[in-house]
Design a protein around this ligand. Structure first.
Ligand code: HEM
Length: 232
């Protein structure tokens, strides 16, 4: 039961990070707002997904004895794993992308914020339209008829409307993932070396190509492997 308390230090760290951000913003521009938002989202879901839906909901021995393998497990697992670690990982990626961009090229935050809200919306829709309505009914079914019945098609057929309603969360979440993937590619694009961009972009006239910066490196890449070995 005490493992529930593991969430509390994180809450304290978040309060500290909010204070630090406020201090930075008082003196200079805060450039890592997008990464910061994802980390705060991770902290929120760590509290709700791990703390409330894990420690608060599943961990009490009387509930824990019955609920294994129900949609309440699914509820905790999705919100804790994606909410706490998924958002944290994405926040770290955005932090690195922002750092690499520096002041060298524009860093648009809009798509990242939209993806963030799509992810969160998807999680909330899963909880509200799928995990909770099925999970609590399933827990009740375990109490009354046992786990075998609660996991049988006979039980699942009684909640099929909620199974179908999961599609809303899936679609919203999937849009977030697609948008984020596109955003990553756009933000990585300026970092691609010329010789990776070249086959995709329009062909460059040969004279310009030989005098362009990086041409020597491209020539080296295009040399036959046998010749490159001979150089060594
Ligand atoms: C970010 C932290 C956490 C993550 C990522 C996480 C993730 C998971 C996952 C993926 C499962 C499903 C395992 C399976 O069925 O194979 C699970 C189960 C479980 N977790 Fe967590 N968890 C976290 C924190 C916690 C905390 C703090 C507690 C309670 C204090 C907790 C209590 C449980 C319990 C009781 C189960 C078993 C549920 C069942 O079998 O039905 N978890 N967790």
């Amino acid at each position: 039961m005490f493992s529930f308390i593991e969430v509390l230090p994180l809450v304290l760290l978040i309060l500290e990070s909010i204070e630090q951000r406020r201090l930075i913003k008082a003196h200079q521009e805060f450039k890592y707002g997008l990464a910061y938002t994802y980390v705060i989202g991770a902290a929120f879901w760590n509290f709700v997904g791990a703390g409330v839906f894990g420690g608060g909901t599943l961990n009490a021995p009387l509930v824990n004895y019955y609920e294994h393998g129900t949609f309440l497990t699914l509820n905790h697992a999705h919100t804790a794993l994606f909410g706490a670690f998924g958002l944290l990982g994405i926040g770290l990626i955005y932090f690195c992308l922002r750092y690499v961009a520096g002041d060298r090229y524009a860093f648009k935050e809009g798509p990242g914020y939209t993806a963030f809200w799509l992810y969160n919306g998807g999680l909330v829709l899963w909880v509200a339209l799928n995990f909770f309505p099925i999970g609590w009914a399933q827990l009740n079914a375990v109490f009354e008829h046992g786990l075998a019945y609660a996991r049988s098609p006979t039980f699942y057929n009684t909640v099929s409307i909620w199974q179908w309603l999961r599609i809303f969360g899936d679609v919203v979440f999937a849009f977030g993932a697609l948008l984020m993937a596109f955003d990553f590619i756009m933000k990585l694009w300026p970092l691609f070396p010329e010789h990776i961009k070249r086959p995709i972009a329009a062909p460059v006239p040969s004279e310009t190509a030989s005098s362009a910066p990086g041409a020597a490196a491209r020539t080296a890449v295009r040399r036959p492997a046998a010749q490159q070995h001979a150089d060594v």
